[in-house]
Design a protein around this ligand. Structure first.
Ligand SMILES: Nc1nc2c(ncn2[C@@H]2O[C@H](COP(=O)(O)OP(=O)(O)OP(=O)(O)O)[C@@H](O)[C@H]2O)c(=O)[nH]1
Ligand SMILES: [Mg+2]
Length: 391
């Protein structure tokens, strides 16, 4: 499982001990822009007084491990990686049962590859939500392998399917933003916009992202630009408090582009390295929602060069092929650079990851594997495919 979010050149988490002034927020020197409502500052004040870390988070140790040697820190990080890998494997276990175990059933008692077996294989792949076009392409390639005598037995057939899935996922990494390292290090704040239809897990993902990006030694700010729904800002404020990350918010109904504008100004004044922007999942009409996103992108690029640097489309794995259709609508206007696939823990149809990579041609950056703050992992194609096939 790869590193989470690190644009710094340091080998390890930067503790910024040499930069006390930059690391400390400066309310006097950098007053918030006048348009920012007091609640935003109240959230950050609370944070300043009590930099409380969630008790169950294992990431805090790597940031606060001042008393540990480099070897100990590296051992901790390795243990953490292992824990996340195990959790990821558990999250895709239902899909593994659908795919890998059904494949075994299809193969059981057979000595050779025939048309009937290939038909059953097709059904299994479609049942795991890999999607019809992607499944047909995989089978096409398998048939070619059989004709060329490269696939002669069932083991080789299974290996061929695995390698097809992996190459689809890896090909999608050549598009969009596969890593924050592709943006020059000097860019600050790095602006991430989070978009998607209602209920897919945008706000939850922002909470998890904020926690992890902060734990990696970055100064993070959250912008509550979902001003459409009354409770949206409150929900985000809970995450901000839980993760100790300041939040810029305004009252319901405010133009989201204005909240974003204030947040960009505040991020610059505070020297925040990353700004994460929550957006509305629904509006009165779909065209309103899309126009609003376009306006926000214009505002961001005027204020910070190249912003938003990433636009992450959140897709709920449980909604499967439906989610894919929603995603296409967003792709048209939102300039999406990558996908967050949430609720992978709640579905046996995790094959949707392959359908998304293939049909949207965008990298899957992160996967949501639960509702808690630590339940987000960097999506690693190799690990995903290994987990599906039980190794
Ligand atoms: N099991 C599981 N639940 C998740 C995951 N991510 C989010 N959820 C849950 O999904 C529900 C919706 O999440 P939100 O973060 O509010 O979704 P949203 O996209 O911000 O919704 P709107 O603001 O209404 O558009 C919540 O109950 C979350 O706890 C995940 O990875 N796994
Ligand atoms: Mg939300």
């Amino acid at each position: 499982m790869g590193l989470f979010w690190r644009r710094k050149k340091d080998d390890f988490v930067s503790l910024r001990l040499n930069e006390p002034s930059a690391a400390t927020p400066e309310p006097a020197a950098a007053p918030p822009p006048p348009a920012v409502e007091p609640p935003a500052e109240i959230v950050s004040e609370t944070v300043k007084e009590q930099p409380v870390a969630p008790a169950r988070s294992p990431f805090q140790t790597s940031v606060l491990g001042l008393n540990l040697s480099m070897e100990q820190l590296q051992a901790q990080e390795a243990a953490l990686e292992q824990e996340l890998s195990a959790r990821f494997r558990r999250a895709v276990s239902a899909t593994r049962d659908t795919l890998s175990e059904k494949l075994d059933t299809v193969f059981a008692g057979r000595k050779q590859i025939d048309d009937e077996l290939l038909d059953q294989l097709e059904e299994v792949l479609i049942a795991a939500d890999i999607g019809v076009p992607t499944t047909l392409e995989i089978l096409e390639s398998v048939r070619r392998g059989i004709a060329r005598k490269q696939i002669n037995d069932l083991e080789a057939l299974k290996a061929a399917i695995k390698s097809e899935l992996l190459s689809i996922l890896q090909a999608s990494e050549r598009q969009g933003v596969a890593s924050e390292l592709s943006v020059p290090e000097g860019v600050s704040p790095y602006v991430m916009m989070i978009v998607g239809v209602n209920g897919v897990g945008k706000t939850t993902t922002i909470g998890k992202l904020a926690q992890r990006i902060k734990a990696e030694g970055n100064d993070v700010l959250i912008c509550a630009a979902d001003t459409f729904r009354a409770a949206a800002s409150d929900q985000l404020a809970i995450w901000a408090e839980r993760t100790g990350v300041p939040l810029i918010q305004q009252k319901q109904g405010t133009d989201p582009a204005a909240v974003l504008f204030d947040s960009l100004k505040a991020a610059k004044a505070r020297g925040s390295e990353v700004l994460i922007v929550d957006t509305a999942g629904r509006l009165h009409t779909k065209s309103n929602l899309m126009a609003e996103l376009e306006k926000m992108k214009r505002v961001a690029s005027r204020e910070v060069q190249g912003a938003p640097h990433e636009t992450l489309l959140v897709v709920d794995a449980v909604t499967g092929q439906n989610g894919l259709e929603q995603a296409r609508q967003f792709l048209k206007v939102a300039g999406v650079t990558g996908i967050v696939l949430t609720k992978l823990d709640g579905t046996a149809k995790g094959g949707i990851a392959v359908a998304i990579a293939k049909e949207l041609n965008l990298p899957i950056r992160y996967a949501g594997i639960g509702e808690k703050v630590d339940d987000l992992v960097v999506f690693d194609p190799q690990q995903y495919v290994n987990s599906l096939f039980g190794n």
